[in-house]
Ligand binder design. Structure first.
Ligand SMILES: Nc1ncnc2c1ncn2[C@@H]1O[C@H](COP(=O)(O)OP(=O)(O)OP(=O)(O)O)[C@@H](O)[C@H]1O
Ligand SMILES: [Mg+2]
Length: 253
């Protein structure tokens, strides 16, 4: 068997050279990290769930005309994607206050925001992905004004789509983060939603109970992360057979 060329290994995924030029294979690991990798663990089954969930969201976006890097799922942990030049920004969209916005501005978690708020962070782990303004983005040339208009429009379309899909299964989309990539087609460049959309990159709360069904379960030690992600997948009807919760052994005294 020929050895594949590893392009990049990140905290949650590995990128391999794809079978055709302009493609990559994205492998979803079980590794979970938080607080810029200060907290780490292996969460059995997380990669399988995120591969499925990201496929589900990206396919839905492609179907409504929001371009993404997703081509097709290859197996339990891998998907084929278009290779992009990633814009070095984390694009965050918030519908309710939570996390760093609550801390920064002293707004109680769960407070509805007057309108979706879009924030940009500069992708640099060493700096802890700091919040930046459009001034920084323009001055340092990370994206052009045209790119910024397109990024905003993509981010809001993703927000409308994801909010609706989640609302339909009784889940509130509090906030999420996406990454945007450039793909080149001849003389043209196009922006697409890249990386992943999964409970690792969203805040998802049960509408009735407020129960957290996202990576905050890991960040804040609120229980079993796989159970939370499995619940999201189950509600969306995308639960892979192998990720079904196994009955746990019962201790008999
Ligand atoms: N279609 C794509 N083409 C090229 N790179 C991509 C694509 N989709 C995602 N990536 C990049 O692949 C990497 C995925 O790995 P992972 O999410 O584990 O990284 P990470 O540890 O979170 O690091 P980073 O801070 O770079 O996101 C990210 O750097 C992401 O920007
Ligand atoms: Mg990442």
């Amino acid at each position: 068997m020929a050895r594949r060329k590893k392009i990049y290994e990140g905290k949650a995924k590995i990128l391999y050279e794809g079978p055709e030029p302009g493609t990559l294979v994205q492998y979803f690991k079980d590794d979970a990290t938080a607080f810029n990798a200060q907290k780490k663990d292996v969460v059995d089954g997380k990669g399988v769930l995120n591969n499925r969930l990201s496929e589900f969201f990206m396919t839905g976006l492609n179907n409504i005309g929001v371009p993404t890097h997703f081509i097709r799922r290859l197996n339990m942990r891998e998907q084929l994607v278009r290779s992009c030049e990633i814009i070095p920004l984390e694009v965050v969209v918030r519908n309710f206050a939570a996390g760093s916005l609550s801390t920064r501005l002293g707004i109680e978690e769960g407070t509805p925001l007057p309108r979706p708020i879009v924030e940009y962070c500069y992708k640099d782990d060493k700096l802890g992905d700091p919040l930046v303004t459009e001034e920084h983005i323009a001055a340092f040339g990370w994206a052009s004004q045209q790119d910024m208009d397109d990024i905003l429009s993509l981010a809001l379309r993703v927000n409308d789509f994801l909010s609706g899909v989640m609302m339909a299964v009784g889940i509130k989309l509090v906030d999420f983060k996406i990454e945007i990539g450039r793909v080149y087609e001849g003389d043209f460049q196009r922006l697409v939603v890249a990386d992943e959309i999964s409970p690792d990159s969203c805040r998802l709360w049960d509408i009735e109970t407020g129960q957290k069904l996202d990576k905050d379960v890991f960040r804040r030690d609120l229980g079993n992360l796989t159970d939370a992600y499995t619940e999201v997948a189950r509600r969306l009807g995308v639960m892979p057979k192998s990720a079904q919760p196994m009955s746990k052994p019962t201790l008999i005294n």
